[in-house]
Design a protein around this ligand. Sequence first.
Ligand SMILES: [Zn+2]
Length: 484
Amino acid sequence: MAIRVYESRRRDVVELEPRDEGRISMYACGPTVYNLIHVGNARTIVWYDQVRRYLEYRGYDVTYVMNYTDVDDKIIERAKIEGIPPEGVTSKYTQAFEDDMSALGTKPASLIVRATDHIGDMVVAIQGLIDKGLAYKAEGDVWYEVENFDGYGKLSGRSLDDMRSGDRIEPSPGKKHPVDFALWKSAKEGEPSWPSPWGPGRPGWHIECSVMSTRYLGMGFDIHGGGRDLIFPHHENELAQAEGLNGGEFVRYWVHAGLVQMESEKMSKSLGNVVLARDVIEQYGGETCRYWMLASSLRSQAVFSDDTLDDADRSLERWRTFLEAAGHALAEEAPAASSSYRRPLSDPGPEGTGAEFISRFLSSMDDDFNSAKAFAAIHDLVREGNRLIEGAQRGDEGERKSLAGLLEVFLELTSVLNFRLESKPEDSKLVGGLVEYLLELRESARSERAFERADEIRERLTELGVAIEDTPAGPRWRVSGTGQ
Ligand SMILES: [Zn+2]
């Protein structure tokens, strides 16, 4: 058994054979921290979180490195607009990114690296490229000379002639070839800059990923991720820099995520055309948003519309309802979720109730992260589970056993996808409203000197796990978690 991935350079589905047995090294291009993250970029990061979780579930020891681009034209631009220093911009939007990602159920990468912490390494790499005849200096800038790297274009499958007419070319009088790209940009007045042999300036975007990924993962690491829109020029340039400088292969598997397509006519008016992850999270909740992002396979396009989000919402609701109903039907015999499920590739495969659903899930995810099929397996499991609930409630032993087996599988598969399936935020809003209302009744009972009734309300709430504290500003409450 092996996992297969679509590898962008070979343009083919190939078996994933890691550099070191049992270990996976992966790198994903993280955000440029200058604004709130767009839903499309957020999906890519959620998907790499899922790839990492799935590979861990399949028994790999995964080292996952992600970068934060914290030096860039866009950051400088934003600092001017907001009237704060560039570091203020990067710290603000780094925090915003981390908040959004956590709401989407992603865990931080094993190692997060910042461009500004590695400027010295980048200067050394750029000098190395000049020494190898792959880069040249022009008026304080340093450019990568694409014609001198044999194989420029092999990732994106483009020829230099195709690129010449492309639209993502930086114009500059100092360049020898229109496709040459900046390794070092000389500082302009008032911009953040670092010293270098070519004068004060800052690195270009592409060099940071080559330098930081190979610094922590070495050459020939396993998986390089990013959205499909990064293949050219960003990843093409990363490859040219790393392979040009170090020789050998930079990345074993280029695994690119599909993009988000906006279905604008059908899209919610409140969200507009550039959709921020934060707004979708606010409107639908982080878990629905994660479901929508993962329900389309890694490589497919995800269609953003009210319909697809509502669909995700309804699907999750079916899963929550099943979890709750099966839990009630089985009462104390209901299995509990484990915190760490593992199904290593060497595992002979599951047996017993629900085994077929695990098999379908595994074979779909092993097949280039085909989550659409994997989710269908979970929905079929739920359908079968729902049929058993009535019998289980009646006390039919056979049906109880089958239901418990299915519930166990359900907990495993949804946990691999990191769905917690807790009550929806609307429910907690409702609970909050009810608690507030009861506290108002208690206050009015006290003002009528009906202390017995007031105390009874307090006791009932305490029994339910609501801790109440009377303060000069009125009662405060929180769910203490000791109750039901
Ligand atoms: Zn990158």
